[in-house]
Design a protein around this ligand. Structure first.
Ligand code: MLT
Length: 388
């Protein structure tokens, strides 16, 4: 029988959030009122001016045809303007910016563009599962490196064996960090850049959460580090900044050869982002940024309510300075899967077991703040009747 999935599919565990979705719908079928702190998917609608820009752009016939593969130049220019305004980094929109069908798409295709079978990638542990999975898809090897929970979940670079660092091709980083909420300062990024330079590594920086911050200074881009742009491809997403997860639009920026290689893969795999979505992305990036400030206030308020509730439950929490993720440490010996399953069964509350992000996430659970404040209060109330 030839109807059998490829080995890489059979070896693949269910996608973390797909597995959680299944548990959620089972609980709902049992009649449970579920409060969902699982996936980080903003519950607030996309700001109205962006929706209006999309509606206008959808009526333009030129947007009904195949889009330009790397994205409209105006859209890439808007991204370059954002980098100049926010990070003081100047990018050539033609060679250093590529439009993506969401940053996940670009992250997932990058190994295809950069890795030969047997090449090694250094991937944080814990981390967004897509990094390691897609390296393995192309026959690449993965070495997970630990993030230190004692500080801002920064890389424990000294623990990476010298031989592995020398052999590796890619170093993945993600600050502000999913799932831990950790933030790297410019000095921290400088240390990472020095390590990457010493071992001639390509740095793959996931910057999806740069605008979701609650404290100054705002989180930096890896491209701000002197010398970094010669070895870095960075992924920026509109999903979290403008509540646009469903729209699928993001950017790859950085070293031109890396952008070109990814772009070449993409010309063979997809036909680019719908032109009207790109016009809406331009409106988002170049328009009034008031909604971004509202977004920060909303999550700050939610963060503080949830922090109080988790502390009352006896969890060690450090409210994140950025991102909408709480990475709460469980008491010693409590397994994150067991805790998450019990919390759902007994309190109807969904969180993500830390181990789903790698062994380094064991002993933690993640709560995403994509839940309205009244529901967080309801969760806080349920937690008073829950014992660990
Ligand atoms: C998460 O919950 O980790 C993210 O929202 C998932 C994603 O961005 O694909």
């Amino acid at each position: 029988m030839k109807i059998e999935a490829a080995d890489r599919v059979r070896a693949l565990p269910p996608y973390l959030f797909a597995a959680i979705d299944r548990m959620k719908s089972e609980a709902r079928q049992r009649g449970m009122d579920v409060i969902d702190f699982g996936i980080g998917d903003p519950d607030v609608p996309t700001p109205e001016p962006i929706i209006e820009a999309l509606c206008r752009a959808a009526r333009r016939p030129e947007n009904h045809r195949y889009p330009a593969y790397p994205g409209k130049l105006e859209c890439r220019r808007a991204c370059a303007e954002f980098y100049a305004r926010r990070f003081g980094v100047s990018l050539d929109p033609a060679s250093e910016v590529l439009t993506l069908i969401g940053s996940k798409e670009g992250i997932a295709h990058l190994p295809l563009a950069m890795m030969n079978p047997g090449d090694l990638a250094l991937v944080p542990d814990p981390a967004y599962p897509v990094y390691a999975t897609t390296v393995r898809f192309v026959g690449g090897e993965v070495l997970r490196y630990r993030l230190r929970s004692a500080d801002e979940f920064l890389p424990d670079l000294d623990a990476i064996p010298e031989e592995a660092a020398r052999r590796a091709k890619l170093l993945y980083i993600n600050y502000p960090n999913n799932p831990t909420g950790g933030v790297a300062s410019l000095e921290d990024l400088q240390r990472i850049e020095a390590f990457a330079e010493r071992h001639d590594l390509i740095v793959v920086s996931d910057l999806a959460y740069s605008e979701m911050f609650f404290e100054d200074p705002p989180p930096p881009s890896f491209l701000q580090v002197p010398g970094a742009r010669a070895r870095c491809i960075e992924f920026y997403s509109l999903s979290k900044t403008y509540n646009m997860t469903g729209w699928r639009v993001g950017f790859a920026v950085g070293e031109p050869t890396l952008c070109a290689a990814l772009g070449k893969i993409k010309t063979n795999m997809d036909s680019g982002v719908f032109g009207a979505v790109q016009d809406a992305a331009i409106a988002a990036i170049t328009g009034d940024q008031g909604s971004v400030e509202v977004m920060r206030r909303t999550y700050r308020e939610r963060r503080d309510v949830l922090a109080a509730a988790l502390r009352q439950l006896g969890l060690a929490v450090r409210p994140p300075k950025a991102t909408f993720y709480f990475f709460a440490a469980l008491p010693a010996g409590v397994k994150s899967m067991d805790f998450a399953a019990r919390l759902l069964q007994e309190a109807g509350i969904v969180c993500t077991p830390g181990v789903g992000f790698g062994e380094g996430g064991e002993g933690f659970v993640r709560f995403a703040l994509s839940v309205p404040i009244e529901r967080i209060r309801e969760a806080a109330d349920r937690l008073t009747r829950f014992t660990i």
